[in-house]
Write a protein that binds this ligand. Sequence first.
Ligand SMILES: *Cc1c(COP(=O)(O)O)cnc(C)c1O
Length: 480
Amino acid sequence: MSDFPLVFERSAPGRRAARPPVTEGPGMAELLGEDALRADPPRLPEVSELDLVRHYTQLAHRQFSIDGNFYPLGSCTMKYNPKLHEDAADRFLDLHPYQDPDHAQGVLALLHGLQGDLATITGMDAISLQPAAGAHGELTGILMIRAYHEANGEGEQRRVVICPDGAHGTNPATASMAGYDVVEVPTGPDGEVDIDAFEAALGPDTAAVMLTNPNTLGIFERRILRMAEAAHAVGAQLYYDGANLNAVVGRARPGDMGFDVVHLNLHKTFTTPHGGGGPGTGPVGVKAHLAPYLPVPLVKREGDRFVLDAERPRSIGRMRSFYGNVGNLVRAYAYIRTLGAEGLRRVSSMAVLNANYLRMKMKEAGFTIAFDRINMHEFVAQPPAGLRTLDIAKALLDHGVHPMTVYFPLIVKEAMMVEPTETESLETLDAYAAILAEVLQRAQDDPEYLAGAPRHTPVRRLDETTAARKPVLRHGFAPG
Ligand SMILES: *Cc1c(COP(=O)(O)O)cnc(C)c1O
C-alpha cells in the first residue's frame, strides 16, 4: 500500500492533465442562457496526467476482484467473466434505446434469441429480460402470481407466501413488498425442507411457495416433485429462485421440477460482472398460464422482423425503463452461445466437482461441514469450536484470497458458505485449502493472531455498520 496522497491532495494550481480544445461557434451562454452559467469555476483538483493515472491505478489496486484474486463467495458466484463477452457488449454501445426498432433489428434478434435460450434452459414457456437484478426478478414474478390469483377471483383469499428458513433474505422481503404474509418452514436434519411442516403449512390461503433448488446449503431437494404436487393441489404457485443456477444448468430444469415461475441472475450463472462491478440482470421465466402477465414490452418475432410487443392487456406493466440492462444481455448471450449445450453441462459438472473437492479439503483441514453429504455447487462449513468465522475471514484477506460468504444461511451458526465455481483450477483450490489450514494452525498456536487480522490491507478492522452508514469521505477541497 502506498502512502502517497490521493488526487485531491495532489492538487497544485495550474497543473493540467489535458486542455479541452477551444470550440468555434456559439458559446455556452448563447446556447443555455446567461443564468445557466455558474459564477465560480468548479473546485476540481488540478493535477498532471501522471498524477491522475496513478490515482486511478492505486485505487484499482486496493480493489479485490475476480480478475485479481480467488473469490469463493457462496451464493454470489464470483466466476471468471471471459473478456470476449466484454468485447461483444462493446459492439452494441452505439445503439440508442429510442432507436426505431426497424433500425435495431440486430439487437432485437439477439434479445429474441436469448429469450428462447433461457426458456430452453429453464423449461419455461416465456421469458422477460427486463428485471435489473435477482430481487427485481423476484418482485416481477410474485407480482405476476398476484395478478394471476386476482384474475381467478382468489386475490383476497390467498394471503400467504411460504419460504424455507434457509431462504435468501430477498425471498421473504419480496413477498412482503408484494403485500403477502410470510410463513417460514424449517429445514430438516438432512438439510432439506421439512416435508411434513411444509405440507402442513400449505392451504387455501397459500399464494406461492418460494424455493431454491439446490437450496442455500448447496443441497438438492430430493422431494421437489412431491412438494410441487402438494403446492399445486392447494392452488398455490411455485416460484424458483434461480439466482444461482450453476449446479443444474444444462442438466435439470426448474420447469420440469414443477415450477411455474423462475428468475435467473445473469450476473451469477451467465457471467456478467457483479459485486460492485456493474449492473445486474434478473430475467424471469413463466409457464404458459402466467405468460399474459409478463412485463411489457416483450421482443416478438413477426415473420422475418422483430418487434417490441407492448399490446399485452393483462401485463403487470413495465418493470424497468426500456429493455433492461442490454449490455449484460449481450454478455449472457455470448456466454450461452460460445459454450453451447455441452459446454453448459460442463459448467455444472465442474462447479459441483470443485465444490465437493473443496468440501473434503476443508474437512481435512479441521472445519466442520453443516449437513455433510454430497453437495451441489456450494457447501456450508463451520470453524472448529472456539474460533469465529469473522476472524478467519479477516485473516484470509492477508493471504490475498477473498473469504467465503459468512453468516449465511442464518440457520447455521458461524456459517461459512463456499462456492469455488467451475472456472478455478485444481491448483487454486489446493492453495486455498492450504491457506485455510495454515490460518487454523496459526490461530491455535497464537491466540493474538486472529484478533489482529487483517494486517496487510489498506484498512484494517472497520466498524462495518458505521462505515456503511456514516462514511468519512476524504477529499482535498481547499477552503474558499
Ligand atoms: C444473489 C441472490 C439473490 C438476489 O439477487 P440480487 O441480484 O442480488 O438481487 C436471490 N436469491 C439467491 C439465492 C441469491 O443467491
